[in-house]
Design a protein around this ligand. Structure first.
Ligand SMILES: CC(C)(COP(=O)(O)OP(=O)(O)OC[C@H]1O[C@@H](n2cnc3c(N)ncnc32)[C@H](O)[C@@H]1OP(=O)(O)O)[C@@H](O)C(=O)NCCC(=O)NCCS
Length: 167
């Protein structure tokens, strides 16, 4: 499958905003409101924003952050040398076709290409059972339940470098 991850650029804003309006994207993060024009102008050392392309067609988005350095302190008290990933496929018609697995494996590879990175964490809503199943298939293990956003319980899942098949 010819899928690659590249840096998101300002020209991606219309498609990113279009994806933000899709119900499956809203459902995975109902309270979030990403201001793409603000986020994409300034490069931050703790953040990578990536667009996935399938044969040159943009199909989804991946964000990789260093949760220790992230400036809103979303993850609270957290150790150094971790990465956190957010991922979504833009169009509902592209769901469940194996694209997310390829995207996630590329993102995992990117994270662990830095020798210092010990593990990757993710925080799907506990109601997002399909995503949780997807992450567990990739080797992520349940760590805890946590209310990152008031009224929404998430599951924290974690993939250790040593447990990752690729590294
Ligand atoms: C989660 C997501 C990235 C997975 O990518 P995908 O391309 O749909 O998944 P794949 O086809 O590679 O893998 C299929 C597995 O993913 C899971 N899955 C998650 N969401 C799914 C969906 N909407 N449709 C089908 N399978 C889905 C299933 O467990 C499935 O396993 P199965 O085939 O054994 O049933 C994608 O479904 C998505 O963008 N969902 C909406 C946004 C979201 O929930 N993002 C995660 C936020 S934490």
């Amino acid at each position: 499958m010819n899928i690659n991850l590249r840096n998101a650029i300002l020209e991606d804003i219309p498609i990113l905003q279009h994806w933000d309006k899709q119900q499956h994207v809203i459902d995975c993060d109902p309270e979030d409101d990403w201001d793409w024009s603000e986020m994409l102008v300034e490069e931050k050392e703790w953040q990578k924003m990536l667009v996935a392309e399938l044969n040159g067609r943009a199909i989804g988005f991946v964000q990789i952050i260093d949760p220790y350095l992230e400036e809103t302190n979303y993850w609270g008290e957290i150790e150094q040398n971790l990465r956190a990933i957010d991922i979504w496929i833009g169009e509902a018609t592209d769901l469940g076709k194996g694209y997310g697995t390829v995207m996630m494996n590329l993102a995992i590879e990117k994270c662990f290409s830095n020798e210092k990175v010990k593990a990757i964490v993710i925080d799907p809503l506990e109601t997002n059972v399909l995503a949780i199943k997807f992450y567990k298939k990739l080797g992520f293990k349940f760590v805890a339940k946590r209310e990152f956003t008031k009224g929404y319980m998430s599951e924290v899942l974690r993939l250790e470098r040593k447990e990752c098949r690729q590294k």
